[in-house]
Write a protein that binds this ligand. Structure first.
Ligand SMILES: NC(=O)c1ccc[n+]([C@@H]2O[C@H](COP(=O)([O-])OP(=O)(O)OC[C@H]3O[C@@H](n4cnc5c(N)ncnc54)[C@H](O)[C@@H]3O)[C@@H](O)[C@H]2O)c1
Length: 71
């Protein structure tokens, strides 16, 4: 996977979780991209998983709930 746009912003939901934090660590280490982490910070969140991540300054942690439409 490659993001060719250096000005690209990636919106990651659940980025403080097990999978999301691993994804963010990988993206910031391997891609020229900025990340916005939208996480509801529930009991499952582990924000410490992102401490010290290279490029973390480019990442904003938002406490918000992502919603999906209910059909
Ligand atoms: N050590 C391990 O091996 C380990 C640890 C944890 C999880 N797991 C596995 O990983 C899988 C789950 O990982 P995951 O990352 O999908 O889930 P997760 O529960 O680890 O993380 C979910 C994240 O999404 C956030 N979230 C929940 N609802 C949200 C919403 N509406 N809007 C925004 N953010 C929201 C939570 O706050 C949390 O940070 C499972 O298979 C589990 O067994 C393994």
């Amino acid at each position: 996977m490659t993001f060719s746009q250096s000005r690209c912003f990636l919106l990651v939901t659940g980025g403080c979780g097990f999978i999301g934090s691993a994804f963010i660590r990988w993206v910031l280490a391997n891609q020229k991209v900025r990340v916005v982490n939208l996480d509801a910070l529930t009991y499952a969140a582990q924000p410490e998983a992102l401490v010290g991540v290279r490029g973390a300054a480019a990442m904003a942690l938002c406490r918000a709930i992502s919603m999906m439409p209910v059909k």
